[in-house]
Structure formats: structure tokens, C-alpha cells
Design a protein around this ligand. Structure first.
Ligand SMILES: C[S@@+](CC[C@H](N)C(=O)[O-])C[C@H]1O[C@@H](n2cnc3c(N)ncnc32)[C@H](O)[C@@H]1O
Length: 370
């Protein structure tokens, strides 16, 4: 007897009903983009708030495996660990922490290199939607596209079910969102324009007040993006100012951190500077066990999410106090004396690793787990 194929559980059925048309619209848009993508151009995709990867799993099979880099991010490491296992069949996917409530530059995401940014059912969780939209525009490559899945209709019963979800009451921008965290279709389009996207389009024709109201929107970033070139700026300043006035460190921030009274929050500014990326590309992963340990210690001491093997301790905001902490932690991790002057002499993970190799011998290469 023929059996009707149907989702296995009530929950699956509910989700299929809820997201089916939405994901179909999102998938069609990404398929079209991937099919039209030039054969000689890498395709850089950044997914934010990717969570369980409900949309990701529909998109990955559509992307050209030989030239895609898909960065799967979330604020919680829990989801990244899951995704590494679930999406192991896609070697072009890598996972990273990314908090949408914090400036991308402070987290190593300042490359302005994403051709496609995907944000599915996450942006309404943001504290300040305008700030997050501006941040996402800033990581887009020229002409890059933001694809949003958002609930654009608020139903009172959300207070009972969705409203209890973590994040639903995070919003602080009460000048924009008074009663609840959702924006309607027109508001999203207005906010996208205000954030500097040159055009936006609604891809879902159903949805809206008559349904549960999940919509798909795409927005295109400007074709020309301003590029922050710290070395050029340093040279410019050095020609005009006395040597002692040339800043030791230059970094781009989307906005100045302000205290509740509206003044520049100098402590937060110093912190952002310490975390400011000087790289403009993702960190290369460690190759050996010892490099992995070194990277972990550096991250902890400097309070950073990412460390490249060639990042310079002092350029990342390391100072003599942090050098002393780093030296103590290295000493305890590797069981050899590490004076502070060693840390100040070998200022990259690569250099320090080379130095430790002289003392401890070679370290085990990290074997690929995929
Ligand atoms: C409703 S889930 C959506 C997950 C996924 N995009 C999907 O469609 O299945 C929201 C996700 O956003 C993440 N999230 C919440 N606040 C965030 C933030 N500030 N930055 C980045 N991700 C965040 C949560 O951890 C969660 O995985």
C-alpha cells in the first residue's frame, strides 16, 4: 500500500508549514546568485546567528564547492560545535564566533569581503537594529547582498510562545521598537535604506498579517565601499605631525562607544582598540598542538576571538602587564622558564613557537578531524 510521505514529528510538520515557503524563497534567491556567479571569482558567504543551521542546510548544496568560503557564525559556541559535525561534508564551511551586538572590527570581521550575508530569524534579537544593519553593511564586499529572514507581523500569541524565547526581549532601541521586537515589512525596507543599502526587495508574496508572517528580504550594499588603509593613514599623519603625536595604533570603528551620559567611553574605546583587527582577513588556524595552545593563551590574555600565527602581540594591544601575564601562563603550560623579555622579543605565535621548539623539540601536527 502506498504510504504518504510526511514529516516525522508534529514539530517537524509545524516547522515545515512555518518555514517551507520562506525557505523556498530564500533558496531560490541563493540558487540564482550561485548559478550566475562568475566561474573565476571566489564566493564569500557569511551567515550570522546561524544557530541550528535550519536554512544553512538548504543553501550549502547550491554553492560552488571549489570556490566558496562559507563562514558559519553564532554568538554561542554550542551551535558552532554542532555545525562542525553536521556540515562536515562541506569542507568550504568554517565556523566562528560572531556577536551581532558588537562591532565586527572588534571581532576580526572587517574585511569588507562578504559577497552574501545571511541572517535568518536573528536580527529582531538585536539590541539596536540600526547599529547591526550598519555593521552588516560594513562587512559586505562592493555590491554584496544581505539576505534576511524575518517575522514581519506580530501576533499576540507570540507573547506566550516566541516571547519566552531567549533574545525576544533584548531590544533597547525603543525609539524604533516600542511594544515588541519585530519590524514590519515597510520598516525593514526603510531601515535598510537608512543603513546605506542601495536597494531592497521583498521576496515573499505570502506572509504578512494574514499568516504567521515570515518574510524574506534581500538588500544590496553600495558598489563602492570606503576602505580603511591604516598604513596609508599613518604615513599621511606622520608627514604632518611631530613623531610623538603619531598614534601607535590605528583602527576603524563604526561608532565611538558612548557612556550612558553620552560621553566617549574611554575604557571601552581602549578595549575596542585592543581587540581591533589589524589583519583584514580571517586568522589562519594553528598547525600543531603547541601552536594551538599558544593561540588559546594569547586569546585569553588579549581578550580576542581570533589570533593569526603572524599577529604581533604589541600591535594587538599587548603591553608590559599583559606580557607578564602571558609569560606566566606560558611557563605553567609548557613547564619551561619563559621570561617577560622572551615574550617581548618573540612577538608572534609563529616566532614564539619557533623559540619553544629550540627548548622542547617539535610538536605534534594537528590532524584534520573532518
Ligand atoms: C531563532 S535562532 C535562528 C537560528 C538560525 N538562523 C535558524 O534560522 O535556524 C537565533 C540565533 O541567533 C543567535 N543569536 C542571538 N543573539 C545573537 C547575537 N547577538 N549575535 C549573533 N547571534 C546571535 C542565537 O544563538 C540563535 O542561534
Amino acid at each position: 500500500m502506498p504510504t504518504r510521505s510526511r514529516p516525522r514529528t508534529a514539530c517537524c510538520w509545524f516547522y515545515a508549514r512555518l518555514f517551507g515557503p520562506t525557505y523556498a524563497a530564500a533558496t531560490a534567491a541563493v540558487r540564482e546568485m550561485a548559478e550566475g556567479w562568475p566561474a573565476d571569482r571566489p564566493l564569500n558567504v557569511l551567515e550570522v546567528g546561524a544557530g541550528y543551521g535550519s536554512l544553512t542546510r538548504h543553501l550549502l548544496p547550491l554553492l560552488p564547492a571549489d570556490r566558496t568560503e562559507y563562514v558559519f557564525t553564532d554568538v554561542s559556541r554550542y551551535f558552532l560545535d554542532r555545525a562542525e559535525t553536521e556540515f562536515a561534508a562541506y569542507p568550504f564551511l568554517r565556523c566562528d564566533l560572531f556577536d551581532l551586538d558588537r562591532p565586527p572590527t572588534a571581532q576580526g570581521f572587517d574585511g569588507r569581503s562578504a559577497d552574501l550575508v545571511i541572517a535568518a530569524s536573528v536580527l529582531h534579537d538585536m539590541r539596536q537594529v540600526r547599529r547591526t544593519l550598519a555593521a552588516l553593511r560594513s562587512v559586505l564586499a562592493p555590491g554584496g547582498v544581505l539576505l534576511l529572514v524575518e517575522q514581519t507581523t506580530f501576533h499576540p500569541w507570540f507573547d506566550l510562545v516566541m516571547g519566552l524565547q531567549q533574545g525576544f526581549d533584548n531590544f533597547e532601541d525603543t525609539e524604533l521598537r516600542q511594544e515588541h521586537c519585530l519590524l514590519d515589512r515597510a520598516q525593514w525596507q526603510q531601515e535598510l535604506t537608512a543603513a546605506g543599502f542601495i536597494r531592497s526587495e521583498l521576496l515573499t508574496t505570502t506572509g504578512g498579517p494574514a499568516s504567521v508572517g515570515f518574510d524574506v528580504l534581500v538588500a544590496q550594499g553600495p558598489a563602492v565601499q570606503r576602505r580603511f588603509a591604516p598604513e596609508e593613514l599613518r604615513a599621511f599623519v606622520a608627514e604632518r605631525l611631530a613623531r610623538h603625536m603619531v598614534p601607535a595604533q590605528l583602527f576603524a570603528l563604526d561608532e565611538l562607544p558612548l557612556s550612558p551620559t553620552g560621553k566617549v567611553d574611554r575604557a571601552a574605546l581602549a578595549q575596542a582598540g585592543r581587540r581591533g583587527s589589524v589583519r583584514g582577513r580571517p586568522a589562519r588556524p594553528p598547525r600543531t598542538d603547541r601552536q594551538r595552545k599558544l593561540v588559546d593563551i594569547w586569546k585569553e590574555v588579549l581578550g580576542l576571538n581570533q589570533i593569526d600565527l603572524a599577529d604581533d602581540f604589541l600591535e594587538l594591544g599587548g603591553d608590559s602587564l599583559l606580557a607578564a601575564r602571558l609569560a606566566a601562563q606560558l611557563q605553567s603550560a609548557f613547564g619551561v622558564p619563559v621570561p617577560v623579555r622572551t615574550v617581548l622579543e618573540y612577538t608572534t605565535v609563529e616566532a614564539l613557537d619557533g623559540h619553544l621548539e629550540q627548548l622542547l623539540g617539535p610538536s605534534e601536527p594537528i590532524t584534520e578531524e573532518r
